[in-house]
Design a protein around this ligand. Structure first.
Ligand SMILES: [Zn+2]
Length: 382
């Protein structure tokens, strides 16, 4: 049996968590008087890579997937959804196969990968909504092709980001939802009716709402208002301090106090030192001291996210928009709730012992330990 103690992130009361075979068997009050808080492990629904590793790289290797898993354990993430973006059919298939094989060969990695997020290629062709997804591979939803990919992934595709503006989208969404895949609207230029039809067909999420959009939109209606107003949609947001201004973050959280989720959308540049790098899609990119990643020749344009989920939690709390407790939930139990009815990672008896222990210093969460299925997978050097 393992025992973990700290202050409950919600109640701030000292608690003792007992764990057996990876599961929480009891949560009780304790006399703990140390400096650590204890919260559910973080869950990242959208992550493309980390510290030089990229799930979308041609010739992705099993060791790359293992390396990313270890690196993000160090950032408090106990469950993540490696994100495969628009690419040639063969390259998508190859990445899915490698992730599936890695899961089959490694028990702990398998538990850490909650599923795969397929972001593309069924996205908008329009500049702006399309973002950096290569136009030549963008296409209409194709169920047969999706089934081939799902088979290669060993059934692990749990989230698909698509736009409902294509003919045939609604039937495709229904099939996805019926097969247990969460459909998230993103990289879209769909109109109000198409968005409503997608929701009626079972779409239940918005991908990085407010990003991957036209630079100029009609004041109303537009696809941001439509998605914000839809009570059935969870919104994932990139709260790294660069992708959305404070006012937008504040409004999103006010409109959807219970249904906002944090994602990192981290690229392979996340976790690297500031400097100049070459991106396979964006050409030359720059990561500055503040942590902003942009196109060198056009500094106004972001080149993706270079920050971890933990950074986003810190940013949201320090911006004063929400409490630490809520920011943590937006990045841990709520993402799991969005995918299923119950969060399997709440700090409760019978749930998986996926935990983080942390201290609060200089307005930052300083990670002390990450626990996956009851076992420490990261411990801060003493
Ligand atoms: Zn995207």
């Amino acid at each position: 049996m393992e025992v973990y103690e700290g202050y409950d992130y919600k109640t701030k009361e000292p608690i003792k968590i007992e764990v057996e075979n990876g599961e929480i068997v009891s949560v009780e009050k304790s006399s703990y008087n140390g400096s650590c808080f204890i919260a559910p492990g973080l869950v990242d629904l959208q992550i493309n890579g980390y510290k030089g590793f990229n799930f979308n790289r041609k010739e992705l290797k099993e060791s790359d997937v293992i390396a990313v898993t270890h690196l993000i354990w160090e950032q408090g993430v106990t469950t993540y959804f490696p994100t495969i973006v628009t690419n040639s059919d063969e390259n998508i298939l190859a990445s899915l196969e490698v992730i599936a094989t890695t899961c089959e060969n490694n028990r702990t990695i398998n538990k850490s990968i909650g599923g795969i997020h397929l972001e593309g290629p069924f996205l908008s062709e329009e500049d702006g909504p399309r973002g950096a997804h290569p136009l030549k591979y963008i296409k209409a939803p194709d169920w047969k092709l999706f089934c081939k990919w799902q088979e290669a992934a060993g059934g692990r595709i749990r989230i698909i980001t698509l736009t409902p503006e294509w003919p045939g989208s609604i039937d495709f969404i229904k099939r996805c939802v019926r097969s247990g895949v969460t459909v998230s609207i993103g990289h879209t230029s769909a109109n109000s009716e198409q968005i409503q039809e997608a929701i009626d067909a079972g779409a239940s999420m918005s991908t990085h709402l407010g990003n991957a959009a036209h630079l100029l939109l009609p004041r109303h209606p537009n696809y941001i208002w439509d998605q914000l107003a839809a009570d059935d949609l969870w919104s994932t947001i990139i709260a790294d301090g660069f992708h959305l201004p404070q006012s937008v973050l504040k409004v999103f959280l006010k409109v959807k106090p219970e249904k906002c989720l944090l994602v990192s959308d981290a690229t392979n540049f996340a976790g690297l030192e500031p400097g100049s790098y070459t991106s396979h899609i964006g050409g030359e990119v720059e990561l500055n001291e503040a942590g902003r990643l942009y196109i060198r020749d056009n500094p106004k344009l972001l080149a993706g996210s270079a920050q971890s989920l933990l950074w986003c939690v810190n940013h949201l709390v320090n911006s004063g928009i929400t409490s630490l407790e809520n920011a943590l939930e937006m990045a841990s139990v709520k993402p799991m709730e969005a995918l299923s009815v119950t969060a399997p990672n709440r700090i409760e008896k019978g749930k998986s012992a996926d935990l983080i222990l942390f201290e609060r210093k200089d307005k930052e969460i300083k990670l002390v330990q990450t626990i996956k299925s009851g076992r420490p997978v990261f411990s801060k050097e003493q």
